[in-house]
Design a protein around this ligand. Structure first.
Ligand code: NAD
Length: 454
């Protein structure tokens, strides 16, 4: 049955576009075309594949401002962030292109012959992306998968299909073979499910909620289909009394307000050593109150709206009027606005303190000592990111080792670079994306023994 997706501007609630959505039968046809295109792509000379991906990066760069403005309109991202996101697609394509000719197998010593490993492409890859970082997350799966010799079918989130569709056009403009990279906008339980269940799709790369990720993993298990999962987070920002408190405070607002808090790495559990707890909050209040929330197309804006009314209602459900804390400001009127919010006085197991809110809301919890900080940091089902603020190098190393999360930073909040590995512990995910091994995740290792005795 045919249906359409309506794309709204989250800052104004105006309709930006209506996009025809992909039916299950259309997914079938797309898989067949992709499988054919993949054979030619895998057989092409590595240098030619690399050259085409580099050309794709150049074309993305030439359209960077257009892509960024599209992201502002469909996702409400601030223009500065949106430019970074389009640039991230370009950089990832370049990085992956550099891997095509370096995707080497090994030679392993054996008696009586020669033993080699060959890294073969998997075939057709299904990338299912969320709405919070539509362009980068699409590219994290797509670029290395293509570089390793696969075809890609990308299903963007229902609310944010436009940049993905434009990237598919730019791929063709760059000269990538027809059908090698197709974008299939559609509902998760229609187009997404069809990809997950299709026998012709060799691997699913999923980024989204833990709930949907679990269901995808279970369905992939039916066919032993390969799967990478990037799921939710509730990441700690641990501030020790021996840290540079001013620096820790200055970095705190955007560590959970960037992208309006719709960031799986958002540092939404701020753990502060009790001896500096009051001072930290005193300094934090003006920093939160002065965050500029408004028109995402304005260069000075630091935080835009939430993606949708559904998300706004979800965030509101965690922040009831009687809760104490610090509140910033947000525009009134149309758009899905929520002010920067820091909650205090909550128990560590309160819903806002341990569930992923996915909005501009953090909690501050006091801790006594290093052991207490580690216990609190590890006391959620998630394990994606975290930050540790201390001047004591030994403590920084001890705590980095003890926190069960995939991406930690000391005296900073950075966690995602396309050339370093990214992924979650526990229920934050399975497998790793990006980094030096990004291409290998899209290959199967074949071992071949060649006898010298015959
Ligand atoms: P979601 O799980 O609802 O949707 C993600 C994608 O899955 C969408 O494209 C959706 O259409 C599709 N989908 C939904 N149901 C499906 C089904 N039954 N079968 C196949 N596909 C289906 O998540 P969301 O609301 O779009 O994104 C927000 C979530 O993503 C947050 O929980 C966040 O933490 C997580 N996230 C994680 C990372 C990470 O790298 N770990 C990055 C970004 C977002």
């Amino acid at each position: 049955m045919s249906y359409e997706l309506q794309v709204l501007n989250p800052a104004t609630e105006e309709v930006v576009a209506s996009v025809p959505a992909t039916t299950a039968a259309e997914v079938d046809a797309a898989v067949a075309r992709a499988a054919k295109a993949q054979q030619g792509w895998a057989a092409a000379a590595p240098a030619d594949r690399a050259r085409l991906l580099r050309r794709f990066a150049v074309v993305v760069d030439e359209h960077l401002e257009e892509l960024a403005r599209l992201e502002v309109r469909e996702a409400g991202h601030t223009i500065g962030n949106a430019r970074w996101e389009a640039g991230n697609v370009r950089d990832l394509l370049d990085f992956a292109a550099g891997g095509v000719e370096r995707l080497s197998g090994r030679q392993i010593p054996v008696a009586g012959g020669l033993d080699i490993t060959i890294l073969e492409p998997l075939g057709v890859i299904g990338v299912i992306a969320p709405w919070n970082f539509p362009m980068p997350i699409a590219a994290w799966g797509t670029a290395p998968a293509l570089a390793a010799g696969n075809a890609v079918l990308l299903k963007p989130a229902e609310t944010t299909p436009l940049t993905a569709l434009r990237l598919a056009e730019l791929a063709l403009e760059a000269g990538l073979p027809q059908d090698l990279f197709q974008v299939l906008p559609g509902a998760g339980d229609v187009a997404g499910s069809a990809l997950v269940e299709h026998p012709g799709v060799a691997k699913i790369v999923f980024t989204g909620s833990t709930r949907v990720g679990k269901s995808i993993m279970a369905r992939c298990a039916e066919r032993v289909k390969r799967v990478t999962l990037e799921l939710g987070g509730k990441s700690p920002n641990i501030v020790f009394a021996d840290s540079d408190i001013e620096a820790a405070v200055a970095a705190t607002p955007m560590s959970f307000l960037d992208n309006s808090g719709q960031d799986c790495c958002a540092r939404t559990r701020i753990l502060v050593q009790r001896s500096v707890y009051d001072r930290f909050l005193q300094l934090l209040a003006p920093a939160i109150e002065s965050v500029v929330v408004g028109d995402p197309g304005d260069e000075k804006t630091q935080m835009g709206p939430l993606i949708s009314r559904v998300q706004l209602d979800r965030v509101r459900s965690y922040v009831t009027d009687e809760l104490q804390g610090i509140r910033g400001t947000a525009p009134e009127g149309p758009g899905f606005w929520f002010p920067p919010t820091v909650l205090t006085g909550l128990a560590p197991d309160a819903p806002a303190a341990c569930e992923e809110v996915f909005g501009p809301v953090a909690v501050v919890l006091p801790f006594e000592d290093e052991a207490d900080a580690i216990r609190l940091a590890n006391s959620t089902e998630y394990g994606l990111s975290g930050s540790i603020w201390t001047r004591d190098i030994g403590r920084a190393i001890r705590v980095s080792r003890a926190v069960t999360a995939g991406n930690l930073s000391v005296n900073s909040h950075s966690s995602v670079r396309y050339w370093t590995p990214f992924g979650g512990y526990k229920q934050s995910g399975l497998g790793r994306e990006l980094g030096p091994d990004a291409l290998t995740a899209f290959t199967e290792t074949k071992n071949v023994f060649i006898s010298t005795e015959a």
